[in-house]
Design a binder for this molecule. Structure first.
Ligand code: APR
Length: 309
């Protein structure tokens, strides 16, 4: 039995739960929300998809009763308010910090051994808050941002090259923000050849710029932040944990000297397995990339300063 709980049954939370069920990553899935009846409704709706999609996962909904989440292997935190058009992730900080802190405390009362996946924005700051206040070993707190940004990067690359996105390798590191993320174009490849062999420097620059505003572009179109790719990215991370995948995924984790940074959670490539994030993979960054990473860390740290720890 693998039990996974998702806190916040809104767009992203419900999407994570749906992918967890469809891919049978967990067979017991709990959705919890503060809104009366909301999680129960989403869970019932998803249970009614079982025979249509051919899965045998069972979903339970709960209105703020954390006892329903007891014994979860992984808990995904999506609760918070989403970004509205024109609003930066940074502006979300005050409200979402209060929510994430109380959710973490409640979750750990019932699932003291859980690995926590943080999706609520501003994600790097919420992950840092969780890492600093939860008392958990650092490996059990993982911020999900870079997996989504990397998927968006590969989508943009595939459009530019005109190829199957699954034949691309590409990683985005740094903060999960429009101005702080760093698509590593120099390291990206298409069927083992550098993408610079397939795209002009100018086009590659455009791919990078479009990737960075990936979230904001969708927020403008949808009137709220996106959920399919964030949900799929959250589920992919949970899958690597519960199946002990040892997958390389860029995630926001607590650094102690890696990439020249300490006392911060920021996106770096890590190996994900049954113990959470197991080690940081150090890429060989050139001077320009190192400078961008440092600037990104400075911006994330600046936001962390707004936290009352
Ligand atoms: N406890 C439980 N659930 C809560 C709490 C709380 N304290 N506070 C808010 N929620 C719930 C809301 O009731 C809502 O159903 O969190 C849910 C959030 O869902 P949406 O408003 O649909 O937001 P969503 O698009 O899912 O985004 C969630 O993920 O990508 C990030 O920026 C995004 O921080 C946002 C989060």
């Amino acid at each position: 039995m693998t039990k996974v709980s998702v806190i916040g049954a809104g767009n992203v939370g419900a999407s994570v739960a749906e992918y967890l069920a469809i891919k049978e990553i967990a067979n017991e899935i709990v959705l919890l929300d503060i809104k009366e009846g909301y999680a129960e409704g989403k869970a019932m709706d998803l249970n009614q998809c079982a025979t249509l999609n051919g899965y045998n996962a069972h979903l339970t909904g709960s209105t703020n009763d954390y006892s329903a989440t007891a014994g979860s292997k992984v808990v995904v935190i999506t609760s918070g308010i989403p970004r509205k058009p024109g609003m930066t992730r940074e502006e979300l900080i005050g409200t979402n910090a209060g929510i994430v802190k109380s959710v973490t405390e409640n979750v750990l009362k019932y699932s003291p051994d859980a690995i926590l996946v943080v999706i609520s924005n501003p994600m790097d700051t919420m992950t840092y808050l969780c890492a600093k206040t939860s008392g958990l070993p650092k490996n059990r707190v993982i911020g999900m941002g870079g997996i989504l940004d990397s998927a968006r990067f590969k989508y943009r690359l595939s459009e530019a090259i005109g190829c199957n996105p699954n034949d691309l390798q590409g990683v985005v590191i740094g903060g999960h923000g429009d101005t702080t993320m760093i698509p590593l174009t120099r390291h990206a490849s298409y069927n083992s050849t550098p993408v610079s062999q397939h795209l002009s420097a100018e086009r590659l620059e455009q791919v990078s710029a479009d990737t960075m505003v990936g979230g904001a572009t969708l927020t403008k179109l949808l009137g709220t932040s996106a959920w399919y790719a964030p949900g799929a990215a959250g589920a992919a991370l949970v899958e690597a944990i519960v199946r002990d995948g040892k997958r390389l995924m860029p995630c926001s984790v607590y650094l102690e000297g890696e990439y020249g940074q300490s006392d911060i959670c920021i996106g770096v490539p890590v190996i994900i397995g049954a113990n959470g994030w197991e080690r940081v993979v150090e890429y060989d960054l050139n001077e320009e990339e190192q400078a961008k990473f440092k600037a990104s860390a400075d911006a994330v740290r600046n936001m962390n300063d707004a936290l009352e720890l």
